[in-house]
Design a protein around this ligand. Structure first.
Ligand code: ASP
Length: 339
């Protein structure tokens, strides 16, 4: 029997239709629990907490990440595992951020949610919630099996910082294109032991609660013009840029474009190259269209997701590192977020 803390932050899982407007809004967390009598059948000891004001995940921001991290930290010793109920829309962003905020994590923090509210007859919420609790409660020789931040949705547990929401309608809403599932739920729970994070048990856990959000994600598209980019790049407080490029890290080769990138680097802005593709990796220098970016010192995001790149950028920017050290650390896998 494990002690599990269930934290409700908001999202469809706990929402109800407003009869007047027809739109979905968050409702009382206790009502959420009374909708799942199955929870009482689980062998684990479950306690619950809720954000004072549950929010749609579109309203999540770095201060909400800090609030969530603080809640987990405050109760860390008292529980064996944590399940975070969160809206699916930005779940990969929050879960990625939490993965960087908890260094040397040795207990499970499992994010889950649903596409349909828990009160809906055809809901996917119950299976997601119940299996997430079971995964968070799994132990082997008295130790938690999962010692990292996971995301469970529609029969699969993923490494959270490898996920992306890929579908707004299907129950199978998430994908982890560059890393296999950590577990699959069928008649039995099949754990992919080989792929699980193996933290150094002797190292003390550190919780980083300071993030820097002076960043921008820019998706390149054919036709992006000088005037627009010039204005965006002259945002005065910009410290980090995540450039979503084509294919294996390719971008236009027009001199005006390369000059704008160069000026940004000279200004001390850290630029990370990630691919717009759902799967695969950035390999600067493979094509002539990424050669210049490589020469200028653009950081390779390798096979990182944009969500994890945003989180890693916010986390690392706060450490005030010089450009070379920043690049080396960004290009290193810190929480299993890249190969
Ligand atoms: N809009 C909701 C949210 O992200 C969608 C969901 O929970 O799936 O909060």
């Amino acid at each position: 029997m494990s002690r599990i803390l269930l934290i409700y932050t908001g999202g469809t899982i706990g929402m109800m239709k407003n009869p007047e407007t027809g739109s979905l809004t968050a409702f009382n967390f206790d009502e959420l629990l009374s909708n799942i009598p199955e929870l009482k059948l689980l062998e684990h000891d479950i306690s619950t907490l809720s954000f004072d004001e549950p929010i749609d995940s579109s309203d999540m921001n770095p201060s909400s990440y800090v609030k969530l991290a603080s809640l987990i930290e405050e109760h860390f010793e008292a529980y064996d595992g944590f399940v975070v109920l969160h809206g699916s829309d930005t779940m990969s962003y929050t879960a990625s951020a939490i993965s960087f905020m908890f260094e040397n994590l040795k207990k499970p923090i499992i994010f889950t949610g649903s596409q349909l509210p828990i009160g809906d007859l055809r809901t996917d919420a119950k299976e997601n919630l119940i299996t997430s609790i079971q995964l968070a409660g799994l132990t082997k020789l008295g130790n938690p099996v999962i010692k990292e931040v996971g995301l469970y949705f529609e029969y699969k547990l993923y490494r959270a910082n490898r996920t992306t929401k890929v579908n707004a309608e299907h129950f199978e809403a998430f994908e982890s294109a560059n890393f296999p599932a950590l577990a699959e739920s069928g008649v039995n729970l099949k754990i992919n032991y080989e792929k699980l994070m193996k933290p150094n048990m002797r190292k003390e856990m550190l919780v980083h609660k300071s993030l820097n959000d002076n960043i921008l994600v820019l998706k390149l598209f054919p036709g992006l013009n000088f005037k627009t980019l010039y204005h965006i790049f002259n945002t005065p407080n910009l410290e980090g840029l995540i450039l979503e490029t084509f294919g294996s890290g390719n971008a236009k080769t027009d001199p005006w474009f390369l000059n704008l990138i160069k000026n940004l680097i000279d200004r001390g802005v850290h630029i990370v190259n990630v691919t717009q593709c759902v799967g695969g990796a950035v390999f600067m220098g493979k094509y002539a269209t990424s050669e210049e970016l490589k020469k200028m010192g653009v950081i390779s995001g390798n096979d990182i997701t944009t969500e994890a790149a945003v989180a890693k950028m916010m986390y690392l920017l706060d450490k005030k590192l010089g450009p070379k050290v920043f690049k080396t650390i960004f290009e290193t896998s810190l929480r299993g977020e890249m190969k």
